[in-house]
Ligand binder design. Structure first.
Ligand code: PMP
Length: 361
């Protein structure tokens, strides 16, 4: 037998990144809804679609390597210098670049758990060791325990706010105090993938926190509020050395011109997109309130999803949703994360949750 190539041992037990399951068509023709990936349920705005299609006619050419026009637009939009910005292939791509830039074998990466499932995967790929700090009983980051978990070996800390999958947001003052406790040579990544859905005025604002902290990097994405999940554009805001490291670790041409143009058009169409975000936030309140009325303990979500801690009932609840035509995201033995989408989809969730509670009692 011919030996295959030697692959790094670190890759052996890496779990696969699981995409949210698609909603399977039903024999009875009833509507099905995919609520498993925190996507935006609204189709592209006509102007954004036009911008994307406009770029498609030239895809025999490489995109703008530096994403100059997009960075200029982001710079004006967020009031940060272009030199503090870097784009990447989704914010998960940027997160992976940050690990490449900071951590390797023997190093530690600290994050709350449960949180975004890509953190353990990309940490393991880097060769570094994950240090997971359990969420509090209230499903929030335990910032004191996280600060205590930082050692001489820590190179990067992920802070996810609002947290996927629990939806909980970290308070601004609390995050500021946490940052004061972390040594300034440790990179703290504030993952704000769901920032546009936040309505709690006391919630942390990464863009305000990064300004006088060279070791803080804010991650944002066009995938959620802006509805460009399929185009793969994320970006980071950080001081120059970190932004420069992101330019070095980028996969060349990793953000297509179609994606860049759609992102620029999205920023210009922000008022219309934020109206959609506002509608989803209204639905989030309706869903969370109705679930609480049914007796479910629902943590306060500042994102476009809600979290139900179901423990041993997780698989059964996910199956009941599937049966009703909605695909949710189960985390075995822990709970389900349900994306908030259009009212009809949310109604199916509420009816299913009510029936499940009745049958469980
Ligand atoms: N961060 C968090 C917390 C997320 O939930 C997600 C998407 N599930 C991402 C980052 C990655 O999003 P994208 O790569 O599409 O920008």
């Amino acid at each position: 037998e011919v030996a295959g190539p030697r692959l790094r041992a670190a890759l052996e037990d890496i779990p696969a990144y699981l995409p949210g399951r698609p909603a399977a068509a039903r024999a009875d023709g009833r509507a099905v809804y995919k609520l498993s990936s925190n996507e935006n349920p609204y189709p592209p705005l006509p102007g954004v679609l036009e911008a994307a299609v406009g770029a498609a006619g030239a895809f025999n050419r490489y995109p703008d390597l530096a994403a100059g026009e997009l960075l200029a637009e982001l710079s004006g939009h967020f009031g940060v210098p272009v030199s503090h910005l870097a784009t990447g292939t989704g914010s998960v791509g940027v997160a992976q670049q940050l690990l490449q830039a900071t951590a390797g074998p023997g190093d530690e990466v600290v994050y709350a758990w449960r949180s975004f499932e890509a953190y353990p995967i990309i940490t393991q790929i880097s060769g570094a060791t994950s240090v997971r700090v359990p969420l509090t009983a209230g499903e929030e980051h335990d910032l004191d325990a996280m600060a205590d978990a930082v050692t001489d070996r820590t190179r990067l800390v992920f802070v996810c706010t609002p947290n996927n999958p629990t939806g909980t947001a970290i308070g601004h003052a609390a995050l500021s105090r946490f940052l004061d406790r972390v040594p300034s040579d440790v990179l703290v990544v504030i993952d704000e993938a769901y920032r546009e859905f936040v309505r709690d005025d006391a919630a942390a604002d990464g863009l305000a926190l990064y300004r006088d902290r060279p070791n803080v990097c804010v991650l944002r994405t066009f995938s959620k509020a802006y509805g460009l999940a399929g185009l793969r554009v994320g970006f980071a805001v950080a001081h120059e050395p970190v932004a420069a490291a992101l330019r070095k670790t980028a996969v060349p041409f990793g953000v297509s011109q179609i994606a860049q143009n759609a992102a620029i058009a999205s920023l210009r169409a922000e008022p219309a997109l934020l109206e959609r975000v506002a509608a989803l936030v209204t639905e989030r309140t309706r869903v969370a309130d109705a679930l609480r009325e049914q007796g479910w303990p629902v943590p306060d979500s500042q994102a476009n999803f809600v979290w139900l801690r179901l423990g041993a009932d997780t698989a059964r609840f996910a199956a009941a949703c599937e049966e009703a035509g909605v695909t949710v995201r189960p985390f075995a033995g822990e709970g389900v994360r349900i994306t908030v989408a259009e009212p009809e989809a949310n109604d199916v969730v509420l009816a299913t949750a009510a029936a499940f509670r009745t049958s469980a009692q």
